[in-house]
Each structure stands twice: as structure tokens, then as C-alpha cells.
Design a protein around this ligand. Structure first.
Ligand code: NAG
Ligand code: NAG
Ligand code: NAG
Length: 293
């Protein structure tokens, strides 16, 4: 126990040092353009990052050129994600589990090859229409258990800045704290804020379950063996819109962001789906002959 407390204290100190660095860096940079306390990173370094977009219909109008009725609307950001195979992306189950109608009408798409979530910036964006998705049988929406989905896209993920990321193997050791993990996303830069334009990254520390409960105060969720939890220094953290995105350590994706705190950057823990529990299941799907393109 003593060792653990020492470890925690050193973690906190580490975290505080990091925060100072960020605050110094922040001077002169537009604060609105950031995840909570994050730093901007570029897609060429992290080519496995994608985000899920949905075409939200505002009206159905007759097309002037054809006698058809067309849907009028705009593309909206839904969730983060990652590329795991040539035609497959990973996101959280809660981001997609009710979206069969949108998929049927071709209104759900992953965007790759872009640092920006801004739909107006689309010159080099690679769009990948969603065809179908799979969710583990153990997924429980209200309990956030097994919150992940493997999503098949129409156009394969190919390109210099479009690459899959390896997943944590079934025997991955989540207790090794010698290196920190990183969370990536376009989520809000403050509680109640909008998503960020440019891709952000923050450092995250994996903590044991009891620390997770302790840090959360009055948690409304129960940790299962399919989850793990991170804390970030105060002033940093995942926020709304970061769900579905990856947490990465040593160039391996170890989790999918599942539940972010209501109060972002307030020292509240973030819950992730533990990928080591699902990497075999994912591999079976993405490598199966019937699913291969
Ligand atoms: C870029 O966006 C415009 C307007 O939203 C759209 O008409 C065009 O097809 C898009 N281009 C690509 C390559 O996605
Ligand atoms: C990715 O973006 C770069 C520009 O940043 C562009 O040159 C390239 O053609 C794009 N690749 C794909 C596959 O869209
Ligand atoms: C978020 O975006 C909407 C629509 O663009 C805007 O009306 C609103 O003021 C923004 N909110 C914040 C907190 O920036």
C-alpha cells in the first residue's frame, strides 16, 4: 500500500510538471482550438486516426436538376475512431449501435487523412462510407460494458497518411506504468464546449480500479474486467467528442474511449474499453474470408 501511495504521489508530481509545461506552451496560442489542456498533433504522425461523421437531414426538397426528392443537410461530427485493418475501423459501440437507418441511406462515414474535423476543410480528406458494424454480445449500453464496435467501410483505408494501428494482444500488461499512454481526439476543449478543429493529444495515466473509484467521487458506473481507467492532471482530460477514439501506448492501441467525465479537465477519470479482451474477436472479424475484400 505504501508503495502504491508513493507511486501515486510521484504520478501526481509528474502530472503537475507536465501541466506547467503545457501552460507555458499555451501562451500565445488560441485556447479555443484545444482539447482540455492538449497539444495539436498532425495526421501524418498518427495516420491511424479517423473520425465518424453523420449526414444530418434538415429537409427533403425536390432537386432542380432531376425530378427526384433529395435530402438537404450537413455533415456532423459523431465520434473518434481508429483504423485497424484495410477495410475496418474501430469506435465505441455507443457511437454507432442505433445507426442502422443512417448506414442504410449512406449517411455515416469515417474521415481519414485529415488533421481537421472541420467539414469545410476537405481538400485532402479521404471519406469512407460505413457499410456495417459488429458489436460484442456482452455490450450493455447503460453500463458501458464492452463498449466497442468494429466497423466495415466501403473504400479501403489506403494512403501514405492512412494506416492501421496494431492492437493490444490478449496477454497485454496494463499494470506496466513505466511509460505513459496518449489519448487522441477532436473532443471539446472545455466542459460544454464544441469539438476542436485540429487533432489533439494528451498524456494519460492508467490507474487501478480502486483509485479510479476514489478519483471519481460519486461514480454512477461499475468497473468490469472489460474496462480500465485513466486519470489526467487537473486541467487536462478527454472530453465530449473524444469517445470512440484510441488510447495508445508504445504504438499499440490499448483501449477505446468509452465514458468521459461530465466536468472535463477536472481530475475525473476516463473509462476505456480494454482492447486486450477483444483483440482476438476483432482479428477474427477483420481476417475472416467472408469479410475480406
Ligand atoms: C468537399 O465539400 C464540398 C461541400 O461540402 C463537397 O461538395 C465536395 O464534394 C467535397 N469534396 C470532397 C473531395 O469530399
Ligand atoms: C492525403 O492527404 C495528402 C495531403 O495532405 C494528399 O496529398 C493525399 O493525396 C491524400 N491521400 C489520400 C489517399 O486521400
Ligand atoms: C458551438 O458551436 C455552435 C454552432 O456553431 C455555436 O452556436 C456555439 O456558440 C458554440 N459553443 C461554444 C461554447 O463555443
Amino acid at each position: 500500500m505504501k508503495l502504491l501511495i508513493l507511486k501515486l504521489i510521484s504520478l501526481t508530481i509528474l502530472a503537475m510538471c507536465d501541466l506547467k509545461k503545457h501552460q507555458i506552451k499555451k501562451n500565445g496560442i488560441d485556447e479555443d482550438d484545444r482539447i482540455v489542456g492538449g497539444e495539436t498533433v498532425y495526421i501524418n504522425k498518427y495516420p491511424f486516426l479517423v473520425h465518424l461523421m453523420e449526414f444530418v437531414v434538415e429537409a427533403f426538397l425536390p432537386d432542380r436538376r432531376t425530378p427526384k426528392i433529395v435530402a438537404v443537410g450537413d455533415w456532423h461530427f459523431v465520434c473518434g475512431g481508429s483504423i485497424v485493418a484495410i477495410s475496418w475501423a474501430l469506435t465505441a459501440a455507443h457511437c454507432i449501435y442505433e445507426k442502422d437507418p443512417e448506414i442504410e441511406y449512406g449517411r455515416l462515414s469515417f474521415r481519414a487523412n485529415t488533421t481537421y474535423s472541420d467539414i469545410k476543410v476537405n481538400k485532402s480528406v479521404s471519406n469512407h462510407k460505413v457499410l456495417s458494424f459488429k458489436i460484442p454480445d456482452c455490450y450493455r449500453h447503460t453500463r458501458h460494458d464492452c463498449d466497442l464496435s468494429v466497423v466495415k467501410v466501403e473504400k479501403p483505408f489506403r494512403g501514405v497518411d492512412i494506416k492501421p494501428i496494431p492492437l493490444a494482444p490478449y496477454n497485454y500488461n496494463y499494470r506496466d506504468h513505466t511509460k505513459s499512454a496518449f489519448v487522441y481526439g477532436w473532443g471539446a476543449s472545455k466542459t460544454g464546449g464544441n469539438r476542436t478543429r485540429a487533432l489533439q493529444r494528451i498524456k494519460a495515466f492508467i490507474v487501478p480500479t480502486h483509485i479510479c473509484y476514489m478519483m471519481s467521487g460519486s461514480s454512477t458506473w461499475i468497473m468490469t474486467q472489460n474496462m480500465f481507467c485513466t486519470v489526467e492532471p487537473k486541467g487536462q482530460g478527454a472530453c465530449k467528442g473524444d469517445e470512440g477514439g484510441p488510447i495508445v501506448k508504445d504504438n499499440i492501441q490499448i483501449g477505446v474511449a468509452s465514458l468521459v467525465a461530465h466536468m472535463c479537465g477536472d481530475g475525473q477519470p476516463t473509462l476505456y474499453t480494454k482492447l486486450s479482451k477483444f483483440s482476438k474477436w476483432i482479428e477474427q472479424i477483420t481476417k475472416s474470408r467472408t469479410n475480406r475484400q
